[in-house]
Design a protein around this ligand. Structure first.
Ligand SMILES: NC(=O)c1ccc[n+]([C@@H]2O[C@H](COP(=O)([O-])OP(=O)(O)OC[C@H]3O[C@@H](n4cnc5c(N)ncnc54)[C@H](OP(=O)(O)O)[C@@H]3O)[C@@H](O)[C@H]2O)c1
Length: 187
C-alpha cells in the first residue's frame, strides 16, 4: 500500500511526496544488518519501508515486524496476505458482515482491495457486482476474477441508478442486503 497518492488529498493517513525523498510503502524485506536486538541478519520483515533496493529504517517508526511466510511466496504478503487482503477481509466480513446469498457491490473493483473484496464475496456465495473506470478493467473483473457483473462507471450517466439497476436485475437472489465500498469524490 502506498502512502502517497494524488487521489488521497483528503486522507490523514497519506502525505504528498517531497521531491528527492524516497517513497515509502508497505513492503517486505530481508535484514542485511541491524543494531536492533529484535532483528538479526537474514530475518524477513514487513512494514513501511522504501521503494528502494536498500532501506535504513527504525523499526518503531515503520511498524517493522518479523515475517514468518508459512511457506507462502513473499509477494503474497504485499497482496492477499498483506494490507490489501486484511483490509478487504475485515471490511467485508468484520464491518460489512456479509452472509451467503448477499448482493455485494464493489467500487474501485479492480484495485488492490476491491478485487479481493469481490473474490472473497464470491467464495462466500454472494452475488457480486463491481464497477471500474475502463472497459479493460471491466473485462478483467468478469472474465478473470469471477464477478457476476461489472460495468464502466465512466459510461454511466447516473451512477446511483446503474448500481440500482445491476442489483435489481439479480432477482434470483432472495437476500437483498447490499454492501458498498465507498471512495472519496473524484476531483
Ligand atoms: N490497499 C490497502 O492496503 C488499503 C488499506 C486501507 C484502506 N485502503 C483504502 O481502500 C481504497 C482502495 O485502495 P486500493 O489500495 O485498492 O487502491 P488502488 O489499488 O490504488 O486502486 C484505486 C482505484 O480506485 C479507483 N478510483 C480512484 N478514485 C476513484 C473515485 N473517486 N471513485 C471511484 N473509483 C475511484 C481507480 O480505479 P478506476 O479506474 O476503476 O476508477 C483506481 O485505480 C482507498 O480508499 C484506500 O485508501 C486501502
Amino acid at each position: 500500500m502506498k502512502l502517497h497518492s494524488s487521489s488521497h488529498a483528503v486522507s490523514s493517513a497519506t502525505r504528498f511526496i517531497t521531491p528527492g525523498q524516497a517513497i515509502s510503502a508497505y513492503g517486505v524485506a530481508e535484514v542485511v544488518a541491524s543494531s536492533d536486538s529484535e532483528f538479526q541478519k537474514v530475518d524477513l520483515v514487513k512494514g513501511f519501508i522504501h521503494w528502494a533496493e536498500y532501506s535504513v529504517v527504525k523499526a518503531e517508526e515503520c511498524t517493522l515486524t518479523k515475517l514468518d511466510t508459512l511457506g507462502f511466496p513473499l509477494t503474497y504478503y504485499l497482496g492477499i496476505l498483506g494490507m490489501s487482503g486484511h483490509t478487504a477481509y475485515t471490511g467485508l466480513f468484520g464491518v460489512g458482515k456479509v452472509k451467503e446469498g448477499d448482493k455485494v457491490f464493489v467500487s474501485a473493483a479492480s484495485g488492490s482491495v476491491g478485487n479481493l473484496v469481490g473474490q472473497f464475496a464470491k467464495l462466500h456465495g454472494c452475488y457480486v457486482v463491481g464497477c471500474a473506470g475502463s472497459d479493460q478493467k471491466v473485462a478483467l473483473l468478469e472474465e478473470k476474477l469471477g464477478f457476476d457483473e461489472a460495468f464502466n462507471y465512466k459510461q454511466q450517466k447516473n451512477l446511483s441508478s446503474s448500481i440500482h439497476l445491476n442489483i435489481k436485475n439479480t432477482q434470483h437472489i432472495q437476500n437483498s442486503r447490499s454492501i458498498v465500498q465507498v471512495l472519496p469524490q473524484r476531483n
